[in-house]
Design a protein. Structure first.
Length: 362
């Protein structure tokens, strides 16, 4: 089997203005989708992280990675992973280049699953259940009242846990009031605070019984202070959505910086690198709570990985409703669970007409 072409789609899908609507920093929801075609008629689909920088990620895939891929055997995934990392390190080991590699890697694994005739979770060794718990991840709202409406929506939808992105005490109080004591609650700070401010705020947050406090510090790679905060504040720390490759996660785990690590399959280097990180987490006996606020192959890959990973127990589902889905059967969460698709590879069929309709890049 040989790769005949690599297509990259930069999508901008409008967000519906409903009860979950909030001002999205980048306007429409961007998705960078990779399609790898082969001479045997099998096409693999992947997704690369593109929030805020989709054209840059698109360019790396199209101009740098595509020439490495065309004409090669797509089943040699581990060699490809190593080759792509080595030939792009000059441009930076972390960030945009690794996002691009992630999209290609996921597409290669999709091909592998389709060649085997198996959904990815079975290719990875199976799963104890065919449903994966999902938690509701709310966007950041302009005030506690708007956030409270979204939190109540998540509760009524059957989610067993809710994560907010507000950073004030009043919003946390409202969230807990709306969802009640029976649901788990998490707060993602998005790297807003310096160490002393983080400690001060975390101690105020503690009475609301958080499952975790996510990415509280700036800069996010300050693992020493992150570990100290976790030891002093009384709330488990979650971190890692801004980390790339197993090497950064090893530094994080060696520092004891997090009780939950959060690799994102479309940022860390793809499925190949995600599985290395999960194996490392098992060695350190730390939970994996993957970052996955996506609506494409990245979400599906995450669900398959969670289902087949001992240290992981749920997927993050971003509570936004888009105008269209790139899948013929849209991703659905029912009663707080996502049912693993049983098709080969990532499991759901891509709607190519949607890719073309919402594409905003040549």
């Amino acid at each position: 089997m040989k790769i005949t072409d690599v297509q990259t789609y930069l999508l901008a899908i409008p967000i519906k203005k409903d009860e979950l609507h909030a001002s999205w920093r980048w306007g429409a929801f961007n998705q960078v989708i990779v399609a790898i075609h082969t001479d045997e008629g099998i096409t693999g689909y992947g997704e690369a992280f593109g929030y805020g920088v989709p054209h840059a990620v698109f360019s790396v895939i199209h101009r740098v990675l595509k020439p490495m891929l065309v004409g090669a055997d797509p089943t040699d995934i581990h060699s490809f992973s190593n080759r792509m990392a080595r030939q792009t390190h000059l441009f930076g080991r972390y960030g945009i280049t690794t996002f691009a590699i992630s999209g290609v890697d996921i597409a290669l694994w999709d091909i592998a699953g389709k060649c085997a005739g198996l959904p990815l979770y079975r290719l990875f060794g199976g799963a104890p259940a065919l449903r994966v718990p999902a938690y509701a991840s709310l966007t950041r709202y302009p005030n506690p009242e708007r956030m409270g409406v979204a939190a109540l929506y998540a509760k009524k939808a059957g989610f067993g846990a809710v994560k907010i992105h507000q950073i004030d005490l009043e919003s946390l109080r409202v969230a807990r009031e709306k969802i009640g004591d029976g649901l788990e609650l998490m707060v993602d700070i998005n790297c807003e605070w310096m160490p002393e401010q983080a400690l001060h705020m975390a101690r105020q947050f503690a009475p609301h019984k958080l499952r975790w406090l996510e990415e509280p510090l700036w800069p996010p790679e300050d693992f020493k202070n992150l570990a100290q905060l976790g030891n002093r504040c009384g709330i488990p720390i979650a971190a890692g959505e801004n980390a790339c490759t197993v090497h950064q996660f090893r530094q994080m785990l060696e520092a004891g910086a997090a009780a939950y690590i959060q690799p994102s399959v479309i940022k860390v280097g793809g499925i190949t690198e995600w599985r290395k990180i999960a194996a490392l987490a098992e060695t350190y006996n730390v939970a994996v709570a993957p970052h996955s606020p996506y609506f494409g192959p990245g979400f599906l890959a995450t669900a398959h990985l969670v289902a087949s990973t001992l240290q992981a127990d749920s997927v993050e589902y971003l509570c936004l409703n888009l105008e269209a889905s790139i899948f013929r059967e849209p991703i659905q969460i029912k009663d707080g669970f996502f049912s693993l698709p049983q098709g080969p590879g990532i499991g759901l069929e891509i709607d190519e007409a949607i890719l073309k309709h919402y594409s905003v890049a040549p």
